[in-house]
Every structure is written in C-alpha cells, then in structure tokens.
Design a protein around this ligand. Structure first.
Ligand code: NAP
Ligand code: F7E
Length: 341
C-alpha cells in the first residue's frame, strides 16, 4: 500500500514542491487547506491534481484531529505558517497562534490520534512529524556559519514563534517518544515564491522594468546577507529527515552567503540591465530589528542524509527572472492567486 503523507501549508511554495516530490516517490498525498473560498486552493488543485484536500486550520484543534483521523497519515509535514517576517510585527498575536501554537495543535492531534501517553517508548509504525523550523531562530547570530547547536536569538515575532515550535517538537520527542523532527531551513526560493519576499520582488521588478511596465524598484536594506537556495532541493531534505532510524534535527542551506545588493546585481544583469539606474532604497521598508546575516553549516545533512543542494545562487536568480519574464509576457498576473509558474 502507498505511504500516506499529510502536508499543512499545501498552497504555499514549499507545499507545492514537497507534494510533487512525494507523488514522484509513490506517496498518497493529502493537503490541509483552510477557508471556505480560498483562491490558493483552486490554484493548487490545478497544479497538483493528484493531491487530495482535507479541510482544516492550524487555529482549530478539532479540525486537525479530524484531519489526522480521516487521512491516517504515515508522515505529517507541518509547513503551514504566517511566514512573512514583516507581517509578524503587524500581527504578532496571530503569528504566535498560527506559526507557534499551530505546532502544538498539530502535535496534539497526532498524539491524541495515536494514543501516545507520557513516557511511552517510541512505537514502530507511529506517525512521523516534520516541523518547518527556520534560520530566523538564529536571528542576531552568535557564530557563523550556524549549525544545529548554535544558540537562538530571534529578532522578530516570527522568529520567536518558530523557536517555540522548534523546542516543542523536541519536547514531544523527549516526553512522548514521538518521531518528531525539525528542519532548520535557510531561505529558499523559486518561481513560486510569494511576491512579498525579496527574491521574487526583485525578479518581478526586473521583469516589469525589462518589459516597460515599471521604471523603478523600491527596496529596503541592501546590506542584509542571506544563504539563498532553491526550494525544489530543500523539500527533498524534508523527506529524507523522516526516513532515518532516529529522529534528529538538521540545518539545511548552501553554506554560501550573498547580500541583497548582490542579489539585485545578479537579477538585473540576468536581464541585461544596470541595477543602479532603477533601484531606489526606501527607509520605510527597513525592519524594526534586522537579521544582518545568516549562513548555514549543512555538514550534518550532507554526511547523515546524503543531502546536497543542486541549484547555485546565479542559476536560481536567472531561473526566477526568466520565469517572471515569461509570466508577464504571456499576460499572467502575479498578484492574482490563479497564476503560478
Ligand atoms: P508560504 O508560501 O508563505 O506558505 C504558507 C502556508 O501556510 C500557506 O499554504 C498558507 O495557506 C498556510 N497557512 C497560513 N495560515 C494558516 C492556518 N491558519 N492554518 C493552516 N495553514 C495556514 O511559506 P513557504 O515559503 O512555503 O514555507 C513553508 C514553511 O517553511 C513555513 O512554515 C515557513 O515559515 C517555513 N520556512 C520557510 C523558509 C523559506 O525560505 N521559504 C525558510 C525556513 C522556514 P493559505 O493559502 O490558506 O494562506
Ligand atoms: O527578506 C531584506 C530584508 O522577506 C530577506 C521567510 O521565508 O526566510 C524568509 O524570511 C532580506 C531581509 O525573507 C526588501 O530586510 C531588503 O533582510 O525575502 P525576505 P526573510 O525575512 O529572510 C526565512 C528563513 C523564513 O523562515 C521566512 O519565513 O531582504 N530586504 N529590501 C527586503 N525584504 C523584503 N521582503 N522586501 C524588500 O523590499
């Protein structure tokens, strides 16, 4: 019988790539989707017609228990979150509820449905749980590069909520013997990235300028540095983490850092444009507390999971710019939820 996976956050960037990867691996894939008329669910259904949908919301404990009871998954991937860092200052409580408490609700749903109690030994055949932890937990970094033992100093309500989910996942593993792991993923991008994140904002901005639809691109802090990889590579690591004999946490990233300025240079040059003629910096786009730099040490994932990123930074940027040029040339509207390259 096919193994069954339940993915929260199925309408997001990672949900789509993970679903495709698991379908390729022969899984029966279920996606948890919220809302009664969510346009992102229709978009997802078009792209991923083999994914079955179960309704539920990370804010609603009962809905998660019902979803787990109905799907009877072998693996649960908790990717659902409010994931845009600036929004976490504007809606801090909601971020805590969805991105933080949502992890508790999902773990409880699994615990209750599997009849697991305190001090129980890890049972074979139990539901395996993956939590989407984030490099934002490192925040103001205490060392570079960051590994699985690096201390956390989150700099946003989002980072704080992710740290709660991270420690809770560890705690359920230790308290209940559950197979629960966190992947500490560094920034990963793709043509399906939300338009609010800097890489996609830049690739769309370049495409609009190239096609004469815009004359400038407004950005915030150009000096921030990130370790950017390709989402299609990173979802493979999520799956590998749930296949090991013992549940452990892993850092996933490329080990290379670039600044936003370097990202901008690469993206404009991919379209044959000089970025300095178009980019305008805007103080209002700076964050109340910035994460200045993040760079992964992915050695554990390489040696224990055999995982390696395949797509390099320049290739990723070119892929995103080309995709947005195609999307806009074909009359697609990236602000409409129906378009998804
Ligand atoms: P994304 O594109 O923003 O997707 C977020 C998903 O969460 C959407 O499917 C959204 O569904 C869902 N969601 C929001 N509120 C929900 C709720 N109340 N109940 C259930 N689902 C809800 O994020 P992503 O880039 O794919 O990232 C996936 C996960 O990895 C997130 O947890 C993110 O925080 C984490 N992460 C991402 C990165 C990265 O660089 N991409 C790095 C580290 C960690 P709707 O369509 O209904 O809004
Ligand atoms: O910002 C700077 C900004 O919003 C990256 C999420 O997936 O990765 C993501 O979080 C950097 C920051 O991603 C603009 O100040 C400059 O330093 O693309 P971002 P993020 O905040 O790093 C982590 C790992 C996650 O877990 C999150 O869910 O770019 N920046 N100018 C800008 N950023 C944005 N968005 N827009 C600008 O105009």
């Amino acid at each position: 019988m096919a193994r069954r996976a339940l993915i929260t956050g199925i309408t997001g960037q990672d949900g789509s790539y993970l679903a495709e990867h698991l379908l390729d691996q022969g899984y029966e894939v279920w996606g948890l989707a919220r809302g009664q008329a969510n346009p992102r669910v229709s978009r997802m259904r078009k792209l991923l017609s083999d994914v079955q949908v179960v309704r539920g919301d990370l804010l609603d404990q009962g809905s998660l228990i019902s979803a787990v009871e109905r799907v009877q998954p072998d693996e649960v991937y908790n990717l659902g979150a409010i994931s845009f860092v600036p929004m976490s200052w504007e809606q801090a409580e909601l971020t805590a509820e969805v991105t933080g408490m949502g992890v508790l609700r999902m773990l409880e749903a699994i615990r209750v449905c599997s009849g697991v109690s305190r001090g129980a030994a890890a049972a074979s055949g139990q539901i395996r749980f993956y939590q989407a932890s984030s490099s934002e937990m490192f925040g103001q970094v205490t060392e570079t590069p960051q590994n699985e033992r690096t201390a956390f100093h989150p700099r946003s309500p989002y980072g704080v909520a992710k740290a709660y989910g991270h420690f809770l996942t560890q705690n359920y593993r230790e308290s209940y013997g559950m197979y629960a792991v966190s992947g500490i993923l560094f920034n990963h991008e793709s043509p399906r990235r939300g338009a609010e994140f800097v890489t996609r904002k830049v690739s769309l901005g370049v495409a609009r300028i190239k096609l004469g639809q815009a004359t400038e691109l407004r950005l915030g802090n150009l000096e921030a540095r990130r370790d950017w990889g390709y989402a299609g590579d990173y979802v493979k690591a999520m799956h590998l983490m749930l296949q090991t004999a013992t549940p452990e946490d892993y850092v996933i990233g490329t080990g290379h850092m670039k600044s936003v300025r370097e990202l901008v240079e690469a993206a404009f040059s991919a379209a044959g444009l000089d970025w300095e003629r178009y980019v305008v910096t805007d103080q209002t786009l700076h964050r109340p507390a910035e994460v200045d730099l993040l760079c992964a040490d992915p050695k554990k994932a390489r040696t224990q999971l055999g995982w390696e990123p395949r797509v390099a930074f320049d290739e990723l940027v070119a892929m995103m710019v080309e995709s947005d040029l195609r999307l806009l040339t074909d009359g697609g509207d990236p602000d409409q939820d129906s378009s998804w390259p």
